[in-house]
Design a protein around this ligand. Sequence first.
Ligand SMILES: Cc1cc2nc3c(=O)[nH]c(=O)nc-3n(C[C@H](O)[C@H](O)[C@H](O)COP(=O)(O)OP(=O)(O)OC[C@H]3O[C@@H](n4cnc5c(N)ncnc54)[C@H](O)[C@@H]3O)c2cc1C
Length: 458
Amino acid sequence: MTTTEELLTTLKRILPQDQVSVNQTILEQHSRDESYHTPSLPDIVVFPKTTEEVSKIMKLASQFKVPVIPFGRGTSLEGHVIPYNKGITIDFSLMNKVLEIREHDFLVRVQPGVTRTQLNKELKRYGLFFSVDPGADATLGGMAATNASGTTSVKYGVMRDQVRDLEVVLADGTVIHTGNMAAKSSSGLHLNGLFVGSEGTLGCFTELTLRVYGIPEYILAARASFPTVHDAVSAVVGILSAGIPIARVELVDESSMKQVNLFSDTDYQEKPTLFLEFHGNEAGLKQDVEFMKEIVADCQCEGIVFETDQAALNRLWEARHNLAYAYIHGYPGKKMMITDVCLPISELAGAIEHARKELNKHGLTGGIVGHVGDGNFHTILMIDMNNLEEISKADEFNESIVLYALERGGTCTGEHGVGVGKQKYQEKEHGKALQVMEKIKLALDPENLLNPNKIMKL
Ligand SMILES: Cc1cc2nc3c(=O)[nH]c(=O)nc-3n(C[C@H](O)[C@H](O)[C@H](O)COP(=O)(O)OP(=O)(O)OC[C@H]3O[C@@H](n4cnc5c(N)ncnc54)[C@H](O)[C@@H]3O)c2cc1C
């Protein structure tokens, strides 16, 4: 009997049969994510329902010395969940319950397989919402593991700012809690900060306690068009320096506005555009909006359209959220490669111009979009993965964008994470600190079984 057969038999003893699979289709579904990275099959996929089951799986994996890959919805973008070392993929989709809504504490306790839209549906009747909104309908476990963010982070922060506590199963099956329900704590080392963003390499999250917010009394959105991307970015810097409490500010360049109109059946102006949103009360926002209008006018704004009607608001943000899918749809047969640098705001305009120049220089197809309120932007490239020359141009382009950001105090990834795709930049970005990260990884996972060779190659 091979190790995998022995492992399979033992897994079927500790888990109900229907929660253990070697079905080819299931293996294939867990062999890739939404990235361009080459897929690879796991040996076995398991679907635990409880923390105890996850702990038993980890103990078994440690006994058999087989790798374990935690899996949310597989929407990651740098090969995070691809099991290149094979082993067991743990799919958390059956741990999808909202366990507790503490409306007066603005806290929720959820299982990791709950998705962000599922949570917001449940929170709505309490007048609450969960703020972090990546473009994909990801799980909260996956979002915590990648320290995800989205369009609202300029006001509400990223995933790390929302996590109060994580229940984590470690490589040896031990169960710990990394935090508590208090709004702040100076007790011990900040494990929340360490585990959030660890990409499944330090432990499996089996429960999350997250911060939620009251749904604003008044929401106003706007679409502002500009002659150039530079003008649009100057307007963003102007709005932020004026201290206007903007809730969302997203840049979409002209070629991406074309994709939006094609995919979302909208007829927006195909110019560099800012998607803006304000949260507050009507009276208070009136002044902010007047001030914002002056600032964008000073930046050559060519037109601004306001939306307050809920349906129009939803259509606007759906169009923005679906942008990556618009590109996938617009370029059949091509694969999506997305850059994700984040820089200090003062460096943003220069970085975006550099990206546009490099795109043209390499003759690559793609658009520039981003959460510019945070200094984070993406270049969405559509690549023919059978065309080696195009792939190497895309890699060169990616490298030039990242080096530009690192030389100006930025990072190679603002929100998507490292996975396998951004490993090659870790040494340059972190220097000796990378060795500290490797020591922490091996202290918690001495056999390197948890999502091996992601973030760092050991
Ligand atoms: C169209 C599109 C738009 C996107 N837009 C954004 C965006 O705006 N902002 C953004 O930040 N990201 C964005 N992403 C990337 C992606 O959605 C996020 O990285 C998301 O957090 C991944 O969540 P997931 O549930 O799909 O996790 P997966 O992709 O399944 O896993 C991601 C990582 O989390 C680990 N993991 C999953 N579950 C657990 C668990 N329970 N315990 C421990 N580790 C776990 C995995 O091992 C892996 O390393 C986008 C992706 C797509 C396809």
